[in-house]
Ligand binder design. Structure first.
Ligand code: NDP
Ligand code: OXD
Length: 308
């Protein structure tokens, strides 16, 4: 039996503990305060307190319960152990649904229709085919690639930006800092699906968003640390951005006093763009536990130097 400890500030933790105890007989499951937890070989966590992971002397594997690992890598006392994340098919499918909804909101002018309803104003807004819109995706990893294929399937022109060039059918690839401006200049709707790293911190600022065509829209599903909120607010108010769907924020929950809530063309969603199911999180962790013991390569291993 492998001793595993679950911890972190996340409402999924109690559900993970309950299901792991019920369905995974090979795992001996602990929460942080359980006697015996200090013997854990595997830690499954979300935003662990700094120094928390270093308290487990027998740890062999750190497993995120999410796709993003920025909340783990920022620990200055992080032990030098393998780190894995969860990237399950249900996460990609959910993200594609969310981004498609957001893209349709702007492309079909449904944002204006919703506004008009509040004013009891009947106005048949212009409708154009999906092929008239180019969606640019920042980050062409697991999620960005799935989203790109989904959007192409719905008729949009799709381009993506990543560190390394990609070959994805029907998706125009741009890579690196040198190609960023050209990528932005042709994106009518910008979707952020980057991981949060030292390089991408604060990337969604006035400088970058100002390079989008006037009237472009933003769909932000990466991490709050990408977003410079006051810049987005300013660009929306100036009309440079027609609107933004924002799912992630520097501090979550978003402060009730934040001006983002009341801005007419900003749509705030509470970090629900997508999530791995409890079952798929446990399936991936248990598969990696098996691999750890078998000496096989771990799935979805993160490169701590790269930050994702
Ligand atoms: P991946 O690690 O699979 O992909 C990351 C992509 O970003 C890669 O294409 C990578 O380029 C690119 N990238 C990273 N750094 C740079 C950079 N400096 N310049 C250009 N491109 C860069 O991540 P996922 O697709 O699985 O997830 C992306 C993020 O989505 C997560 O880290 C998380 O923050 C967020 N997320 C949000 C959720 C929500 O509900 N809002 C749910 C799940 C995830 P390359 O391929 O060349 O290496
Ligand atoms: C994730 C998230 O990274 O939920 O999986 O944001």
């Amino acid at each position: 039996m492998t001793k595993i400890v679950f911890f972190g500030d996340n409402s999924d933790i109690p559900k993970l503990v309950a299901l792991a105890r019920a369905q995974y007989p090979d795992l001996q499951v602990y929460t942080e305060d359980d006697p015996g937890a200090l013997d854990a070989e595997v830690a499954a966590c979300w935003r662990p307190e700094h120094g928390a992971l270093a308290r487990f002397p027998r740890l062999r594997l750190i497993h995120a319960i999410a796709a993003g690992v920025d909340n783990i890598l920022e620990d200055p006392m992080l032990p030098p152990l393998p780190i894995c994340r969860v990237a399950a098919p249900d996460l990609s499918a959910g993200m594609s649904e969310f981004v498609l909804w957001s893209v349709l909101l702007f492309h079909r002018n449904l944002d204006q229709v919703l506004m008009n309803q509040r004013r009891h104003h009947w106005h048949r807004v212009d409708q154009e085919p999906a092929s008239s819109r180019t969606v640019g995706i920042l980050g062409l990893g697991t999620l960005g690639t799935h989203v790109a294929r989904t959007l192409f399937h719905h008729g949009y022109r799709v381009r993506g930006w990543s560190r390394q060039p990609k070959q994805i059918a029907n998706v125009r690839s741009y890579a690196g800092a040198d190609e960023l401006d050209a990528f932005l200049a042709g994106s009518d709707i910008l979707v952020c699906l980057l991981p949060l790293t030292g390089e991408t911190q604060g990337i969604l600022d006035r400088k970058l968003l100002g390079k989008l065509p006037r009237g472009a829209a933003l769909v932000h599903c990466g991490r709050g640390g990408h977003l410079v909120s006051e810049d987005v607010l300013g660009l929306v108010r100036e009309g440079h951005l027609r609107g933004a769907v924002l799912d992630v924020f520097e501090a979550e929950p978003l402060d009730p006093a934040s001006p983002l809530w009341d801005e007419p063309n900003i749509y705030v969603t509470p970090h629900i763009a997508s999530a791995n199911s409890i079952q798929s999180i446990l399936d991936q962790i248990s598969e990696n536990v098996r691999r750890l013991h078998a000496g096989e390569a771990l799935e979805n291993r993160v490169d701590p130097q790269r930050g994702y």
